[in-house]
Design a protein around this ligand. Structure first.
Ligand code: ADP
Ligand code: MG
Length: 475
């Protein structure tokens, strides 16, 4: 009887199945497809490069034994790594692409002669071992849905969170990416989802972790030479919550490992929840393949809360702390602190503290002092747009003219001044300043800054421009 890829592989599987743990067999051998048998070489298709590496590291010996038993000493094994489609730039609100629709766009052959010296079989039974370990979810029960007040600013994110909590992995919101500015409730909402899931499905493994800690663990695993254990640990989580993924910017090793973990979880119907301070389109130094995955599910924004929501958040906080406060004071605080809920809470806490330590009544005057401190300490950085507006107003031109390609001297100077002040007053990079002021590159911005420095020490009129504009931008 002539051998086919299927028959050879089935015989191998029979042998392997008898010799390894059932869970390991299920995880690492069932997904393999035998695709070709020719010249005593069996080609098997594996779902990812990581998968192939794992087989090589842990199961190469048993594969070799199984294969040589059937095909003799000169048997060969060829891995075909099934590459996944990368989906190009999609809108933030995208439909979910079911994993079964992913097709192999590129097959990559890796030819491994079996008589090579095989790597040490380190710990092939790590899978059942880890299963028995109870994983602490790291959730904070104080961050729940009950005290996450609803408003227009968070309605979409909040309902998506509730939907995910009701059916983790079972909605098209996978991954669920919650994004928004500082102090708008990303961490709170992420915990709330996890807490709710734990409540409804106590048997599920939920893990909350900050991207920073995740990165640290990964670096440690590389140092300790147990990167695969690290990956494996994360691949058995049912609901993985990673907070502040913008932290992965520029960290390509961590991104790579996260990519593998993400794929594994997603393919197995596990839920991934991410938070970020930016929308996927604005994330910098995150690999495209990872960004495209972030967009598979739902990206929901947390916006700055409106006045009503700010008032109800404050009232809720006071109610829970058992403190009473006059309506007009609450409204005063809510009116003046707009863009950050953490600051809003901070102001009210500080107000309560002030009044109880100093035995002072909470008056509008006291509220004013406290709020002023908060608003002053967190004075917003001027934006590049604002700088361009001030500079173009000063020279009585419009912003389009300021940004135009013209070489007219006074326009060039205005543009250089705008770049100079953007460098001075914002934290933006040269490249980012350049792209916002008339799509120039970073070298142009650098040159502009130097020119302004030079001119203001040699040219009296120019120095006056700099002084006037500095004044306008500092108030
Ligand atoms: P982020 O992670 O976006 O920086 P956090 O989740 O840490 O923000 O939220 C900052 C503070 O604001 C927390 O104390 C949180 O409980 C509170 N907060 C945010 N959104 C809400 C909300 N909708 N209702 C009640 N409290 C909120
Ligand atoms: Mg946070």
């Amino acid at each position: 009887m002539s051998k086919t890829a299927q028959s050879v592989w089935e015989n191998c599987l029979e042998f392997i199945k008898d010799n390894i743990q059932p869970q390991a067999y299920k995880t690492w051998f069932e997904p393999i497809v035998a695709v070709k048998f020719a010249d005593n070489a069996l080609s098997i298709q594996v779902p990812s490069k990581f998968f192939y590496e794992w087989l090589e590291e842990h199961y190469v010996k048993i594969l070799k034994v199984a294969l040589t038993k059937q095909l003799g000493e000169n048997a060969k094994l060829v891995y075909i790594i099934k590459m996944e489609n990368t989906y190009g730039n999609k809108q933030p609100f995208t439909e979910k692409i079911p994993s079964s629709n992913r097709t192999a766009v590129k097959a990559q052959d890796v030819d491994i002669p079996l008589n090579n010296k095989s790597p040490e079989l380190r710990n092939p039974f790590i899978i059942p071992g880890i299963r028995n370990v109870k994983i602490e979810s790291q959730l904070n029960p104080n961050y729940n849905f009950e005290n996450f007040l609803e408003g227009d600013s968070n309605r979409l994110a909040r309902s998506a969170g509730l939907a995910v909590a009701a059916k983790p992995g079972g909605t098209s919101f996978n991954p669920l990416l919650i994004f928004g500015g500082v102090g708008l409730g990303k961490t709170h909402l992420a915990h709330a989802i996890g807490v709710d899931i734990k409540d409804k499905y106590p048997e599920k493994t939920v893990l909350y972790i900050s991207a920073e800690k995740f990165t640290q663990q990964y670096i440690d695993s590389v140092k300790k030479n147990n990167r695969n254990d690290f990956i494996h640990f994360y691949q058995i989580i049912d609901i993985l919550i990673i907070d502040d993924v913008q932290f992965l910017s520029g960290k390509s090793g961590t991104q790579d490992v996260f990519f593998h973990i993400f794929n594994h979880l997603h393919q197995n119907g596990k839920q991934v929840i991410l938070t970020s301070d930016k929308a996927p389109v604005d994330m910098q130094d995150i690999e495209q393949r990872l960004l495209s995955r972030f967009k598979w599910g739902l990206s929901a924004e947390l916006q700055s809360p409106d006045f009503e929501t700010r008032v109800s958040i404050l009232k809720n906080k006071l109610y829970r702390d058992g403190v009473e406060m006059p309506e007009e004071i609450i409204e005063y605080v809510a009116k003046h602190i707009k863009s950050n809920i953490r600051e809003l809470e901070g102001a009210i806490i500080s107000l309560i503290a002030q009044s109880s330590f100093n035995k002072k009544e909470i008056t509008t005057e006291l509220a004013k002092q406290v709020v002023e401190k908060f608003v002053k300490n967190t004075k917003r950085e001027v934006s590049i747009d604002y700088i361009q507006k001030i500079v173009s107003d000063y020279f009585q031109m419009d912003i389009d003219t300021l940004q135009s390609k013209t070489r007219k001297r006074h326009i060039v100077q205005a543009r250089q001044l705008a770049m100079f002040f953007a460098k001075k007053f914002t934290k933006a990079s040269l490249a980012s300043i350049g792209s916002q002021i008339g799509k120039r590159d970073h070298a142009t911005v650098l040159h502009a800054c130097k020119t302004v420095d030079n001119l203001s020490s040699t040219d009296k009129q120019f120095r006056k421009y700099v002084e006037d504009l500095t004044k306008k931008l500092s108030v």
